[in-house]
Structure formats: C-alpha cells, structure tokens
Design a protein around this ligand. Sequence first.
Ligand code: ADP
Length: 485
Amino acid sequence: VLARLNSSGFLQTRGFIGGKWVDAYDGKTIQVNNPATGQVIADVACMGTKEANVAIASAYEAFQTWGKTTAAERSKLLKKWYDLIIANKEQLGELITLEQGKPLNEAIGEVSLGASYIEFYAEEAKRIYGDIVPANLPNRRLFLIKQPVGVVGAITPWNFPFAMIARKVGPALAAGCTVVIKPSELTPLCALAAAELSRRAGIPPGVVNVVMGIAPEIGDALLASTQVRKITFTGSTAVGKKLMAGAAGTVKKVSLELGGNAPCIIFDDADLEVAIKGTLGAKFRNTGQTCICANRILVQEGIYDKFARALSDAIKNFKVGGGFNEGVVLGPLINEAAVQKVDTLLQDAVSKGAEVLVGGKRHGLGFTFYEPTVISNVNKEMRISSEEVFGPVAPLLRFKTEEEAISIANDTDAGLAAYIFSTNAQRTWRVAEALECGIVGINEGLVSSEVTPHGGVKQSGLGREGSKYGMDEYLEIKYLCLGNL
Ligand code: ADP
C-alpha cells in the first residue's frame, strides 16, 4: 500500500508552503506511526515558528488576489478539488487507515464526508449575498456586504484527519480566505495528500498551506500574527481554551469544536432495535473516538435489563483488528496514552461499583486494541460520567423519570451532541428542547452531514461548521452608508 501511495504522489512528507513542498529549515523530522502495528509509516518534516511565519506570509500574499476572485472562479476550483478527492477516495482512505487506524470502509466514508463539505461550499460560494437595508433617513441608502475575514489558521485533530480539514478549508476558501493548516502531528499525511490534490486542482500557490511539527510553536505563531484574522480549531477543550485566550492578544475571530460528553437517553417506550442500532453507531464509530460519541448511556429502569443484554450481545462479536482486514468493525485506538486513559476510567468505575457486562480490558491482539465494552450501574461519582472516554466503552446509567434523565444529561460542562430514543413524539420534542447541546439525534445515532451545522454550547465550543451557517464563520459583514443623496 505504501509503495503505491508513494508512486501516485499521495505520500508527501514535507510541509506545503506557497505551493511548494519544503523541508523543515533545520532538517528535523518526526515519525508517523501506524497505530495498528506500531510500524513507522513515514518521517515527516518537523516544523516550528519559522516555517509557520513563512506560511502565514505566503497565505497573506495569496489572500490579496484570492480574496478578490469571483465566486464562480473559487467555486470551479473547489469543485475540481472535490472531483479529484472523489476520484482518489480509495487511496485517501488507505492513508487514513494507515495513520489513524479506522477500518478501510469507514475511512473511505470519511473521505466522502470530507469531500461533501468541499462540494457543498463550492456551491455556497455563489450564494454569499449581502443585504440592502431600508434606510433610517430619506437621503440615505444602506448596504451590507460580506467579505472574507482574511488568513485563517486551521488546527485539526487526528480522529478525522481528512474530514476535519475539509470541513474548515472548504468554507474558508469558498468565502475567499486563504489558510495555514496545522494538522495533528499524529496524522499529518492526509493533510499533505489533500494539499497535493488542491495543487493538482489548480488552487493557486499560497491559498492552501500545511505546516506540521511542534504544535505550541506553530500555534503561537498563528496566534501572534496580526495577518492571521481567524483561528478555527477542533480538538481538546484544554487546548481550545489556550487558543481562545491566545487569540485575545490580536482579537481574532475564533471557532472552536471541543470535547463533548454526549448523553444517549433510552426511554422505556423506545423501539429496542432502533435504540440498539443507534447506540452502536453513536458509541462505536471510529472505535469511540469522536467528539459526538455517546459518552453516557442513560437507560430508563423499565427497559434497562433488556437493553443492557441486547447491547452486550450486539458487540460481543464485533470484529476487532487492523483496518485493512476484511470485516473489521473496530480498529485500534490512536496510541498507548489513549488506551491507558480508557483503562484508567474503566478501573475507576469498577472500583466504585460498576459491573463489566462484556469486554473490559485490552484486546488480545495487543498494541492499542481494546475490547468493545459495556459497563453497568455507572453513576455520577465515577470519572467516566464526566470525562470523555474516547474509546469503545459504553457506560450504562439507570434513571427513573424524564426529568431525572434531563437533569443527568445536562449535568456537564460539555454540550455538543445528545441522542434520544423514544417512540413518543411529544417526549422527543420536549427532551430535545430541554437538552443543553448543539446537536440532537432523535432515534438516530449517526447525524453528521455537510448540510447541517455541527457545533456545541457551553464548553464544547463556539461557532458552527457545515450548512449555510458554516460560511459565516469566514465572513465579515461590512456596512456601507451612502449619504446625502
Ligand atoms: P486531541 O486530544 O484530539 O489530541 P489536542 O487538542 O491535543 O486534541 O490536539 C488537537 C490539535 O491541537 C492537534 O493538531 C495538536 O497538535 C494541536 N495542539 C496541541 N497543543 C497545541 C498548542 N499549544 N497550540 C496549538 N495547537 C496545539
């Protein structure tokens, strides 16, 4: 696979600045590992402040022309980029599986999802309308126009190494912004392959730049620069807070997509089959490593035992393994630290009275594989009910009433996604409105799409990605007052 990716130009190892592939100035590299085998996939340039500043300068220069292109022109180039991504989705999927670990079919699904953001914003580029406002005085006319914010710093995580970039860069470019992408040091290869395809699509030099390596150095360079007008980040709440504070120095716009602690509420009146299918999707996708993964599964007492048994039965035979193996449902976790976190949270719960129904330990395959797990009798004293587990562990909490479920669900600083399973339409509406979060799946566990806004409330973040609202994050409104007519 590696040789093939290399010969087709998808295995880039250098940074991408001003349309050129560049090494770190001091020649430093860092390793990218395959989490399923521990093997080194590639040594990639390890960049820092200097390279970040050159990338910012190149993005700033490119913005002077890209920001003035017509929407149709940007749209056409984005569409070309989309076409190239789709034409190469198997190869990009292989790259995701290699560096991130998810099963190949899921990886190809991620490529399609990412591509859909680029296609959607290629279309939306042509609909960045302003307003004409009825004037407050007779001899005036008032106009509102929308303009690109400028250079954008996009800092992305490892769990969706392709889609998280596409979801930011699609609307940024459509709006007329240029970008400096800083992918996760764990998964830089997808970002570089995406940049290569943007080059082949004819997106001008400097519009898309990728620098990777020493995260705090690159992050600080983006924050300090007065030329960077916006930071868009997906990742941990801790780093998001740092970036938000850091952006204050130059008063940048910020969008943050941070950690979640999604409740998944199963009411007595749920359709069990729908609830199980939905919970499996919401919990185990990407081996539990998504910010909208169900983190706490609240089950009403009347259906609790039946649900616990059915969920345990459903995951018992999940095939765990390397993402290239046929039929694999759960890949490895991203690294050893991730396994230790999952295990620590599980041990903490067990020591406080939780019962393991299935799984509960590292998988026999070794490396960073973990058994699909269900634990029962979880309560709020256990760390697992307030911290993101980010792994294949489903903690079940018992509740009695709808009010109690809402109160447990909202008892968290996070507020990204939530899921409700019930066949009572009034109840689903009532609960959906009462939940403090940005996304609610109702009798549905898989909710991500380019046509809908993704984002959270409380400490889960600021701003929205996807949908027509996602474009606003990259635009400024300018008010023109034509007076003394
Ligand atoms: P995760 O838990 O998903 O790894 P992180 O927040 O650690 O989340 O990482 C998300 C992204 O933030 C990665 O690209 C990482 O390199 C980057 N990052 C981590 N620390 C900093 C920092 N101090 N400044 C800027 N970016 C950072």
